[in-house]
Write a protein that binds this ligand. Sequence first.
Ligand SMILES: NC(=O)c1ccc[n+]([C@@H]2O[C@H](COP(=O)([O-])OP(=O)(O)OC[C@H]3O[C@@H](n4cnc5c(N)ncnc54)[C@H](O)[C@@H]3O)[C@@H](O)[C@H]2O)c1
Length: 424
Amino acid sequence: MINKSKIKIGVIGLGYVGTPLALSFGKYFDVVGYDNDKRRIIDLKNKKDLTKETNVKDFILAKKIIFTNNAENLKDCTIFIVTVPTPVNTNKKPDLSHVLKASKVVGSNLKKDDIVVYESTGYPGMTEEACVPVLEKTSLLTYKKDFNCGYSPERINPGDKKHKLEKIIKVISASNKKTLNILYFIYGKIIKAKVISAPSIMVAEAAKVIENTQRDLNIALANELSIICSKLKIETKEVINAASTKWNFHKYLPGLVGGHCIGVDPYYLTYKSKLLGYNPKIILAGRKLNDSMAQYISLKLEKLLKKKKFNKKNLKILVLGITFKENCPDIRNSQSLKLTKILKKKYKRVFVFDKIANTERIRDKKIILLNKLKKNTFDVIILAVPHKDIVSKGIKNIKSYLKQKNIFLDLKSYFNKKYSNFRL
Ligand SMILES: NC(=O)c1ccc[n+]([C@@H]2O[C@H](COP(=O)([O-])OP(=O)(O)OC[C@H]3O[C@@H](n4cnc5c(N)ncnc54)[C@H](O)[C@@H]3O)[C@@H](O)[C@H]2O)c1
């Protein structure tokens, strides 16, 4: 049993999830923030967080934290929290390579009575079926006898300054009651909202994936409605607004689903389900539909160009916003980027403007990023991701970059419909 006065927390993986978590714990406990990316550690030591989820003040308040890429510095930790990525591979199967590597690092620093908590999203069973064997093998210790585990799903919403870590209800789970109590204690220090326990690690894991799967499916339904509304020549948003007046209607708007959570987590659930002999039907249908939206938009544009008799050759197209969602620099699985790539194959001059995106992650050299926009330049503007800095100057400003004959696509229905040739 861990002595509460001797708690030292190791956070493994310092990205969107791990950085705010490590800094929050660093206000109350000794914390070792470990990441295997050297550049990330240099940035964090300089109080610089590329994810923009934390600021200098958070670093100053976290008096008890050190950042390191040397795994040996984790050796005195008593609680390890794993927050590394859990993406899917090209076949849309869970890629556990990061979480298993991180488990090896933890295993080699694990001692009797230590606790290992996973916050990385996984399929139901990932912690105990995939990670625990690695911990046991590398530590030569026995699960539930020498060490225990927990799982606590992360619910942060990058770019959302309202729902910050401490304000979100935190679900915890553990392999025994004593471990659960320790987790109540440490998370209770940093979470101002409630900390609640799930009955088992697998329940907590399943809860996390269904949260994002539900969102994915609901957006897929709104996207399907949008395709139908377009055929009906009516506005999706107006239909949804009217329907929302019913007490039990849930308001979801159509949109591009990207990032490495909502568009990925459903595959973790379907993977496990298939292993158990059930081939999920609606979850994968929703994924397929959401994944097809970039293609759908490019076809819509093609039709509009034909209708308005544009010359394809000299066309200049601008995509505004390249990240997976607004006010967040993350471009992983960005559907706006996917749309840009599709357009790039069809038209020669496709440009992107996005001041906040982590553009160094864009490996496609053919994507042309503009630093400045010139007036009267573009035939087509696609407002794909309405970052604050893009939309705050208003529709007139955006339209000033368009030539007189033009097409404007407002994918998130940000501005009044009268300004747009097409909205989802
Ligand atoms: N970003 C979100 O909004 C969000 C929300 C909820 C849950 N999650 C889940 O949290 C987990 C982490 O996501 P993220 O967005 O913080 O990822 P991220 O890519 O922003 O950060 C992960 C960090 O882990 C580091 N890393 C990778 N492998 C490592 C290893 N073996 N050892 C040490 N460090 C390693 C990377 O260098 C990176 O800095 C994922 O499972 C994700 O699904 C993310």
